[in-house]
Ligand binder design. Structure first.
Ligand code: ADP
Ligand code: MG
Length: 719
């Protein structure tokens, strides 16, 4: 290899327009661009969706009826009609030389335009007999092109590329273009930025070989090896970015070295009516360790609904207070802030702070204050002055706490409840809070559990503590799915029975995502219907997003006091509402909600000693909806449900809507490739800790920049 021609980096490949490849004219180039393939890099990262292993390919003649299989066929005939109940029906007759079958597509009218006579396609589905004829219903179809000599010339393994309808690209075309691109790369080779020692340790093949293997495998075993390597690369880039960010924050920000030996936290634990769970002990130990360290804590506390996060949070806050600092808890809404304030003030009632260093200030009661938009007049003045002079130890409020011009004498720790509403700006604001440029420790709490490896990816710049154990003595919530009107009648009987027994219930109204106005209307209608019908005679309250704040609080207070039997509400009650006497949760049109949301809503009951139940009302209109509701009936474990959710919805759930550009995981799956997430994270720590700016692996640094430049990385750094 001449000295001037080093192997091609991904950056180099990205700089070569696909048009430069021979065989790619203006028309093909336009199609490629429609499919978002502009450079040779895009092309090489346009991975096959599946492969036909022609050594094991099924034929129409040998695929047994009742079995699933993949056949390579030619389209002979297509016709479209409507069924008696007006459903669209497209039927295609296909042949592979050993026999014919018909493919039946319901509700896919576009198939009529897509399937053209003479085209070749890979069809995957279950072979059935219908009126004595072989057929497949709604099979998966990949068009691979117009039947030609190509199909006979290709090797034993044929890659099948995902195609975009509008681009009009066929698998055969892509095969040829990719082959040409790979041929072009041969002379210089494709560079490998990952240190050889890492590849050796993990038994990974070189990148060039992996790219060839994924596109032009000789045997399926090559695909497996190639995929492993490419999956690792995707995950490694993300992990390096996250770990780098994490280490940067640790180096850049100076935190408070909290006094972790003080008496306040121990006193607090002694006062509790229950022993801590092992999970709480562990989480508190992890947090306290961070608090005592010089760099600011940046930790996520994951714990299912009811796992007892509050006690952990308060322990963190008191650790700051016992060393003479102040602490703040931020809730996502005013209602929740008020509720937290009530609960925490009660937990800490009568506690004394010892002012060890200052003989000027004798021991005094621990001061816990609320600062919300409704804290006004002299109250507000008093709290704000107390924060400034340090006489308020613990303040609870919304984000207004840090956005406002609220000054603290010395803010040492902040707990943020519900991470998804705490963004980058809020964190930046925190850094401005202290006069002496120390950054408070931050603990973010979430009740939406996500699987461990997914957390490593989504919150990869945070440390994570998990409460994976519920306090003992909880009566598990029994969940039932009321599919039809008959079932529903029993639901309202159950509500009435609970009220008769002195308990309370929630009714959650159908979710209407399109418009808050419609949702409010539907909530009002539900309220009218129920209070005049099934729940006639009970004290029913209504809560939705458009109820004025003061009325909302009044209604919540009434419900808390037991002056309302049944609270009809929209998802405004999703998080944090804590009324232990409520034992029945009814969720109307439940199939419309996501798993996480249903689980959160269900978590509003089962908070006391009495057995609680949750009713999911309504039919599921999709198979996924059905699986969701079945999962909820089967399990009350948030982590298990999170796995199901990931299974059903795929990576999108986790990576979020904001995901765009190249940062998406093309091959890697946070679900299937769990072990690789962990390995990539380990490698990332190794690399960054040895060489924080990746000076010794500039190619790796460059490609991370290429894939995860500032904009694109922001989505990874949600909090
Ligand atoms: P989360 O915020 O995680 O949903 P909470 O902190 O609100 O849960 O706790 C739920 C309930 O469990 C509260 O009533 C709390 O007093 C109680 N609790 C917390 N920890 C324990 C424990 N170790 N043993 C028994 N009950 C506990
Ligand atoms: Mg809570």
């Amino acid at each position: 290899m001449p000295a001037g021609d080093p192997p091609l980096s991904l950056r180099d490949l990205d700089a070569i327009d696909v048009e430069k490849l021979s065989g790619v004219g203006p028309k093909t180039s336009k199609s490629l661009k429609t499919a978002e393939i502009a450079s040779v890099l895009d092309l090489l990262m346009h991975y096959p969706r599946r492969y036909i292993d022609r050594t094991r390919e099924a034929t129409i003649a040998n695929l047994p009826v009742g079995e699933q299989g993949m056949v390579l066929v030619e389209i002979m005939k297509v016709n479209a009609r409507r069924t008696r109940n007006r459903r669209s029906l497209v039927e295609a007759v296909v042949s592979d030389g050993t026999g014919r079958i018909s493919l039946t597509f319901f509700n896919q009218p576009w198939r009529e335009r897509q399937l053209k006579i003479g085209m070749e396609a890979v069809v995957f589905g279950k072979l059935d007999l219908f009126n004595g004829k072989k057929q497949m219903t709604n099979p998966v179809v990949d068009l691979i092109g117009v039947g030609s000599e190509d199909s006979k010339k290709t090797g034993k393994i044929v890659p099948v590329y995902p195609q975009s309808e509008k681009a009009g690209l066929m698998t055969w075309d892509l095969m040829k273009i990719v082959a040409e691109a790979l041929r072009k790369c041969e002379a210089r080779g494709i560079a490998d930025p990952v240190p050889e020692s890492v590849l050796d340790d993990l038994d990974l093949i070189a990148r060039h070989r992996a790219l060839v293997g994924i596109h032009r495998p000789e045997a399926m075993g090559e695909v497996t090896l190639a995929r492993r390597r490419l999956v690792f690369d995707e995950l490694l880039r993300i992990q390096v970015k996250l770990v780098q960010r994490k280490r940067l924050i640790e180096r850049r920000d100076r935190g408070v070295e909290h006094d972790t030996t003080g008496a306040l936290v121990a006193q607090f634990h002694d006062r509790l009516a229950f022993p801590l769970t092992a999970a709480q002990e562990r989480a508190i130990a992890e947090i306290v360790h961070d608090l005592g360290a010089p760099s600011p804590m940046h930790r996520l506390l994951q714990g299912d609904v009811g796992a007892g996060k509050t006690v952990v949070a308060v322990s963190a806050l008191l650790t700051a207070v016992q060393g003479g600092h102040q602490a703040a808890l931020m809730a996502p809404t005013e209602v929740l802030a008020e509720q937290h304030h009530l609960g925490i003030a009660e937990l800490l009632d009568g506690m004394i702070v010892a002012d060890a260093g200052a003989s000027l200030f004798p021991d005094r009661p621990l001061s816990v204050e609320l600062l919300s938009n409704r804290t006004t007049g002299p109250d507000r003045k008093r709290v704000i002055a107390g924060l400034a002079d340090g006489s308020v130890d613990l303040v609870i409020g919304t984000h207004a706490l840090i956005q406002d011009k609220v000054a603290f004498r010395s803010l040492g720790a902040v707990v943020v409840d519900e991470q998804h509403r705490f963004g980058v700006e809020q964190r930046a604001a925190l850094r401005e809070k202290n006069v002496d440029d120390t950054v408070p420790d931050v603990l973010v709490m979430t009740a939406t559990p996500i699987p461990r490896t997914a957390a490593m990816t989504v919150y990869g710049d945070l440390d994570v503590s998990v409460l994976d154990e519920l306090p003992p003595g909880r009566t598990p919530i029994v969940t039932e799915w009321a599919r039809d009107g008959v079932d529903e009648a029993t639901v309202w009987d159950a509500v009435r029975a609970a009220v008769e027994a002195g308990q309370q219930a929630y009714v959650v109204c159908p979710l209407i995502e399109e418009s808050e106005k419609l949702e409010v209307r539907s909530a009002e209608e539900t309220y009218e219907e129920l209070s005049g019908g099934e729940l006639y005679g009970l004290r029913v309250g209504l809560l939705h997003g458009r109820v004025p704040a003061a009325d909302k609080e009044a209604t919540m207070a009434q419900f808390r006091r037991g002056d309302i039997d049944v609270l009809v509400a929209t998802t405004v009650i999703e998080v944090g509402v804590d009324v232990p006497n409520a034992t029945v949760m009814v969720i109307l049109d439940a199939a419309r909600f996501g798993i996480a949301q249903l689980h959160q809503l269900r978590g509003r009951v089962g908070r006391g000693a009495v057995a609680s139940c949750c009713y999911l009302v309504g039919e599921a209109t999709t198979p996924d909806g059905e699986s969701r509701l079945e999962a909820l009936v089967r399990s009350t474990d948030g982590f298990e449900l999170a796995e199901v959710d990931l299974e059903l919805r795929g990576e999108g759930t986790i990576m979020g809507e904001k995901q765009k550009g190249r940062n998406d995981l093309k091959l890697a799956s946070l679900r299937r490739d769990r072990e690789w997430v962990e390995k990539a994270r380990e490698v990332a720590f190794g690399l960054i800790d040895a060489d924080p700016d990746l000076d010794s692996t500039p190619e790796l640094a460059a490609e991370i920049e290429l894939f995860l430049g500032e904009d694109e990385a922001d989505f990874l750094l949600k909090s």
